[in-house]
Design a protein around this ligand. Structure first.
Ligand code: TRH
Length: 389
């Protein structure tokens, strides 16, 4: 019987420029870990690694973090087998020149590379942002010949993560399902020092969402008591600002104490994932936490990263389309994100009543099932490399 070809063990150089927030480093770190879990050796070059101190406090085997400095310091290393430019960052010409040299000279480090065929080729990946818009499938894996500069003559390939089989898939660790299956919610909450008395649990990871006042008012008025677990940083600041305003203007707004708050410290990515597994409803934002919320399989509301030209409106609608979101869920997303035309939401709004949230469960379960049937992003990258060489 023919054995499937063994996954080549390659050396990867992944470059990450932190623009703002935690998505750039969050996605890149997960990609490194995902690759390492599949036998790869990875160097992560990042210009601001500070968030990794809490996101990944114990690091990961076979992943090395290097400071990406200006001017460029190669730290005495030579380029590996695969270059990844995350989110359109530009790798320094010195490094590209070294990579080009190793290819044109057939300059293989056979001690590193166990797959001669793969190593003789240029594998230069431009990893793009996640979107459900149709251009992702159209552009996925397209080649982009380099016409000038240190990499002249080489070819980059675009790699688009995505939700459908004609894209590069989503980051997913091989053991995520087994870890989830044995997750003990009460034990995890106790370990975090979260005093839980059976209330509905909602996590809040957001920017400054237009729908936040409506959410807090609706939760305070709801028959079901809620413990809101507010993540550190912008979400905490937004809630505290709003509470100051509400308490000044409407001192009785949460008089029944139906809504209580707990402010979380920065969690590791591992604990952040478990936070999403523990809650009945999650509010997430950006790119990476959206994917984690999908794997959690619980209902969630997503605040999309806002862009100045409002390009995020189409991106949000494309996601809702892919999700086959029912009308109440669409409305909640539109209100939360302040989309034009979104109906304003009052205390009796369907944004978060218990029944409505429960009705969304089927949509998210179905989405998760369909995604689990596709290969994850790291596996698809490895397949792509094997096929194109
Ligand atoms: O921080 P973000 O808003 O990042 C954004 C988006 O990725 C956006 O698409 C991008 O263009 C912009 O940055 C520059 O949201 P995101 O993507 O969910 O990243 C947050 C990361 O932080 C994610 O990996 C989870 C992690 N995290 C923790 O590890 N612990 C925590 O306590 C929290 C709150 C988050």
């Amino acid at each position: 019987m023919n054995q499937p070809p063994a996954t080549p063990k390659l050396h990867w150089d992944i470059f990450c420029h932190v623009v703002d927030n935690f998505g750039d480093i969050g996605v890149c770190w997960r990609l490194c870990v995902n690759l390492a879990q599949r036998g790869q050796t990875v160097r992560l070059w990042v210009d601001d690694a500070s968030a990794l101190a809490w996101m990944a406090p114990v690091g990961a085997p076979s992943v090395q973090v290097l400071a990406w400095t200006t001017p460029f310091d190669a730290h005495g290393v030579t380029p590996g087998d695969v270059l990844v430019e995350a989110f359109g960052c530009d790798i320094d010409p010195e490094f590209i020149a070294g990579y080009a040299l190793s290819i044109t000279a057939g300059g293989l480090d056979l001690g590193f590379c166990q797959d001669l065929v793969v190593c003789q080729k240029c594998i230069w990946i431009n990893l793009e942002y996640l979107t459900a818009e149709s251009y992702a499938a159209r552009c996925h894996t397209l080649p982009s010949p380099v016409m000038s500069g240190a990499g002249m003559g080489l070819t980059k390939h675009f790699f688009y993560p995505g939700f459908t089989t004609d894209t590069g898939g989503l980051l997913r660790e091989p053991d995520v399902l087994t870890r989830q299956a044995s997750f003990d919610r009460a034990a995890w909450l106790a370990k975090q020092g979260i005093g839980w008395q059976g209330q509905r649990l909602i996590s809040l990871f957001c920017y400054e969402p237009p729908g936040l006042p409506a959410l807090l008012n609706a939760l305070a008025a709801d028959a079901v008591p809620t413990l809101l677990l507010v993540t550190a940083g912008r979400a905490s600041a937004a809630v505290q600002q709003l509470l100051d305003d509400e308490n000044d203007l409407k001192p009785l707004w949460n008089n029944g104490k139906q809504l209580s708050f707990l402010y979380l410290p920065n969690l590791s990515q591992n604990d952040f994932d478990q936070l999403l597994w523990a809650c009945d409803l999650n509010f997430v934002r950006g790119e990476d936490s959206l994917v984690r919320a999908l794997w959690a399989g619980k209902p969630f509301i997503w605040q999309i990263y806002p862009q100045h030209d409002d390009a995020h409106h189409a991106k949000l609608q494309a996601f809702l389309e892919w999700l086959q979101a029912p009308a109440s869920l669409r409305q909640a997303y539109e209100v939360w994100n302040g989309l034009p035309g979104a109906r304003s939401v009052g205390a009796s709004s369907p944004l978060i009543t218990f029944e409505v949230v429960q009705a969304w469960q089927a949509t998210f379960a179905q989405a998760r099932e369909s995604l689990l049937a596709h290969d994850d992003l790291a596996s698809q990258l490895l397949d792509f490399i094997a096929k194109t060489n």
